[in-house]
Design a protein around this ligand. Structure first.
Ligand code: ADP
Ligand code: ASP
Ligand code: MG
Length: 407
């Protein structure tokens, strides 16, 4: 008899009918003899609706109160799903994050899980009940409600699986696995039966929204067997594997993209030691995270141009800070661009195969797509391009690396 944690995302619990469908699936797992813990998201659109309500009062609502509000979305779902399970003849009990002691730090709206006390959940499982837990939420050491950031129910599920030493954590969603790229952008994208943990971590951190990055980190740290599956159709889904040898033909796993970046450039800065620190210091002091960085030295070697990217939400603030820096350093000009995207090619096969970068650049050039920035690591290559080329760029790379179905 195995212990399984199943997570159902917003679309999967988006209506009463869908909640009833989930209840049937959960009951079937229990009838097969498994002990089942279910982690759920808010019904689709609910978290956005709650955010809009808060912003109608204050553009930047208090993070603590926002967490009190946002956590209600998941509380609705746990109660409805538990009722649906009981109606289907399956004994079940619902709990909020606080009730099962999902303990987090105090970083409201983006809290990190520290530990979970699985005792209460185990007690219910031993009594034969299905346990339904609210995802996305926890409680800090002072008893405040916290939330884990958008997509955080994935992390709740993996953390719960780690705490209970579950045999598998199954993430049920509206696609039947992890694809070579987002099938909404490239309909010919192919489901990957397996992906390595490292590749999944890169895909998630480079913008692929299929799994929250912290969920993947947690799975790695505690070696939680993790699988992504469809709530609506049968199948094996995608297994996140820790064995690289398992993945056949593992040159390139897929393409991730991030639409939420922005680029800033400071031009004509007198080139002296410490200039990078003078430019980026005030940015990091303002708690703004910098992603990619490029520095070009002018032909006369006296001035330098410096470009970096930040999250689009931080663009306005970063631009203001950079203009102040430009005045202080007597730089020539500051430029900004919010209409960029980052495209990344991910694959453990890059370690052993040369020429992948040049093939990538060639494919983009053939479509007339200008590359604005490049960064690489052992298993990924990222480029910044104009936002308008996102779909064309993704499809060009998908073709160039033969990732299409039957391709
Ligand atoms: P849930 O509400 O179940 O958590 P999400 O919307 O967070 O679901 O994640 C599922 C979505 O992730 C899919 O509908 C798909 O558009 C998107 N997605 C992005 N990249 C990928 C990928 N590589 N493979 C599959 N889906 C992807
Ligand atoms: N409801 C939260 C969100 O929409 C958490 C989640 O769905 O994972 O981001
Ligand atoms: Mg999600």
């Amino acid at each position: 008899m195995s212990l399984i944690v199943q997570k159902y995302g917003g679309t999967s619990v988006g209506s009463i009918e869908r909640i009833q469908t989930v209840a049937v699936k959960v009951k079937q797992s229990r009838d097969r003899g498994h002990r089942v813990v279910v982690v759920v998201s808010a019904m689709s659109g609910e978290t956005d609706r709650l955010l809009d309500l808060a912003r109608a009062i204050q553009p930047r609502p208090s993070p603590r109160e926002l967490d009190v509000l946002l956590s209600t979305g998941e509380q609705v779902t746990i109660a409805l799903l538990t009722m649906a399970l009981e109606a289907a003849g399956c004994p079940a009990r619902s709990y909020t994050g606080a009730q099962v002691q999902v303990r987090t730090d105090s970083a409201h709206n983006k809290a990190r899980i520290r530990d979970i006390d699985g005792g209460r959940v185990m007690g219910d499982l031993e009594s034969g009940r299905v346990v339904v837990v609210a995802g996305f939420q926890g409680i800090d050491e002072h008893g405040n409600i916290t939330t884990l950031g958008r997509g955080g129910s994935d992390t709740s599920a993996v953390a719960m699986a780690a705490a209970l030493k579950a045999d598998e954590c199954q993430i049920y969603t509206d696609v039947d696995g992890v694809y070579t790229t987002d099938p909404r952008i490239e309909p010919r994208a192919r489901r990957l039966p397996r992906i390595t943990f490292e590749e999944m971590l890169e895909m998630a951190s480079l913008g692929s929204k299929i799994l929250q990055i912290r969920a993947v980190e947690f799975a790695g740290k505690y070696r939680v067997p993790l699988r992504v599956l469809s709530s609506f159709k049968r199948g094996e889904g995608t297994l996140i594997t820790f064995e690289e040898d398992d993945v056949e033909e593992a040159k390139i796993a897929g393409i991730a993209f991030a639409k939420d970046e922005a680029k800033l450039t400071i031009l004509g800065v007198p080139d002296q030691p410490g200039v990078a620190h003078k430019i980026l210091g005030p940015i990091s002091d303002a708690n703004i995270e910098v992603d990619m960085i490029i520095q070009n030295i002018a032909a006369d070697a006296k001035t330098t141009d410096f470009t970096f990217t930040v999250h689009r939400n931080d663009y306005g603030k970063a631009l203001e800070i950079l203009k102040d820096t430009a005045r202080a350093l007597s730089a020539r000009e500051v430029q900004g661009d919010e209409h960029i995207v980052k495209l990344s090619l991910v694959g453990v096969g890059m370690r052993s195969h040369a020429g992948i970068a040049s093939r990538m650049f060639e494919a983009l050039a053939r479509e007339g797509i200008n590359i604005r920035m490049i960064s690489t690591s052992e298993i990924k290559i990222s480029v910044v391009i104009d936002e308008k080329y996102l779909e064309l760029g993704v499809r060009a790379l998908h073709d160039a690396f033969g990732m299409a179905q039957n391709g």
